[in-house]
Design a protein around this ligand. Structure first.
Ligand SMILES: [Zn+2]
Length: 452
């Protein structure tokens, strides 16, 4: 299929990128995520109508563009909200400029560009006279980057599509995503004689490997001892002293919490230091003994794995309040386990003075390689790229988890630099057009299976 509406696709992508759809306080009725997101949604739906489709706006939480009828629905799940521009841009993040064949702006690859590619791919299909056997819905979520309130609102009203894909991660096909479980462990602080732990604070979010942990102590006069201990445990540390005590700042290397082995956890070094200073009781001791430097959950009784990989556990945040130390751990468990199984094992592994508060999470996603969905997406990918469509298994979570029988399919090709959430985010025009062709064909095959 050759996209005849190439120029319109490029122009629409530029125009929607120019709408700064960053989450904001509610701007009133029908704008739960603020003015910018509401405008981006209205823009996309208006384009859908212009191209001859039915559209519906679900109170500003999400919308869909619909084509055809059928006993089942194929959902293509995109999102129109973007993360803030952030620092470091050499272009206007909301300018939608094209320079040397690259269309720059926040949301060009994540996920407004792919959303427009899906829309124009479907339009080309409709213009060719094609008729689906499944109802097609391009679902436009408006809160993917935050709490997914878009889907919590939309799906109970509109219903879950029976089959679908999301152009919001990587090619070829992500068929397996680990379960996500956030837990909070807390326990009373017990300090050794003569030393007072005034404060410990590390990390900002459970799903990031923390690159900083600050520990403030009183009762230690010998700075040399701290420096020597830091060297012994291999910690990178800065010392600050004022009249109220000594503050140690441990440094690590940040990474995504689904891949803790790729980062260096600053909290682990802080725990090791405290252990060496004589913290051998209470919660600090438990955390050192049972988590320490590990990220496979072994000390927590949850070291499990299956064919798609091992469980990972990232100690993302530590804090001290009212003499209790609290840590947030982001656990990614393999697809053949349930949240209950992991929680049961974890509970059994805790000591009596440690409290477990579960923060919930998202169940694993796994779609069988023999399924119609995977088989068709693999064929479409191989036809358009000439490359083998290997199935990918990841620890991160994609938008596909919002649905039951859905997977992530693009838009980033293997070997391409991941520009989502980065400064100077762009999509090349040729990439955008290629996406329209691939997504158009994926819709053609999934919307009318059994005909090649
Ligand atoms: Zn996204």
């Amino acid at each position: 299929m050759i996209i005849g509406n190439r120029d319109e696709l490029i122009q629409a992508t530029q125009e929607i990128v120019r709408i700064a759809s960053v989450k904001d306080a509610s701007a009133g009725e029908g704008k739960p995520f603020g003015e910018g997101i509401a405008r981006a949604l209205e823009y996309a739906l208006a384009k859908g109508r212009e191209l001859g489709f039915k559209t519906e706006n679900f109170s500003g939480y999400a919308g869909h563009i619909e084509f055809g009828e059928g006993p089942e629905t194929l959902g293509v799940l995109c999102h129109l909200d973007v993360v803030p521009a952030g620092e470091g841009w050499s272009m206007d993040p909301f300018g939608g400029e094209i320079i040397d064949g690259k269309l720059y702006g926040r949301g060009t690859i994540d996920d407004k560009g792919p959303a427009m590619a899906v829309l124009y791919g479907l339009a080309a299909l409709k213009d060719s006279g094609w008729q689906p056997q499944r109802r097609i819905r391009i679902i436009l979520g408006c809160d993917e980057e935050s709490g997914w309130d878009c889907m919590h609102h939309y799906l109970p009203i509109a219903g879950k599509p029976e089959i679908g894909f999301t152009p919001d991660a990587e090619f070829p096909v992500i068929s397996s995503e680990k379960g996500i479980l956030m837990v909070e462990l807390s326990g009373a602080l017990q300090c050794p004689k003569g030393i007072e732990l005034v404060d410990i604070q590390g990390g900002n979010r459970p799903n990031m490997v923390p690159d900083r942990c600050r520990v403030k102590l009183r009762g230690i006069e010998d700075e040399g001892l701290l420096v020597k201990t830091a060297t012994k445990i291999g910690a990178k540390m800065d010392l600050e002293r004022d009249e109220s005590g000594i503050t140690m700042v441990f440094k690590g290397v940040s990474a995504h919490g689904s891949m803790p082995e790729t980062g260096v956890n600053a909290i682990s070094y802080a725990l090791a230091m405290l252990h060496h200073l004589g913290f051998e009781q209470g919660i600090i001791n438990f955390l050192y003994e049972h988590i320490g430097f590990s990220h496979d959950g072994r000390g927590l009784n949850i070291e499990v794995k299956d064919a798609f990989g091992p469980l990972t556990a990232n100690t993302g945040v530590i804090s001290l309040e009212d003499n209790r130390v609290k840590v947030l751990v982001d656990i990614r468990y393999p697809v053949s386990f349930t949240q209950e199984q992991i929680l049961d094992r974890l509970t059994a592994g805790l000591s009596a003075d440690v409290t477990l508060l579960s923060h919930g999470g998202k169940g694993p996603l796994h779609v069988d390689g023999d399924s119609q969905l995977i088989q068709i997406l693999q064929r479409v990918y191989e036809k358009h790229t000439g490359e083998e469509a290997k199935l990918i298994s990841i620890g991160g979570g994609t938008y596909a988890r919002a649905l039951d029988n859905a997977v992530a399919f693009g838009p980033v090709f293997p070997g391409q630099t991941e520009l989502a959430h980065q400064p100077d985010e762009y999509i090349s025009v040729s990439h955008l057009v290629k996406l329209a062709e691939i997504y158009g064909e994926a819709i053609a095959k999934l919307g009318r299976p059994g005909r090649d």
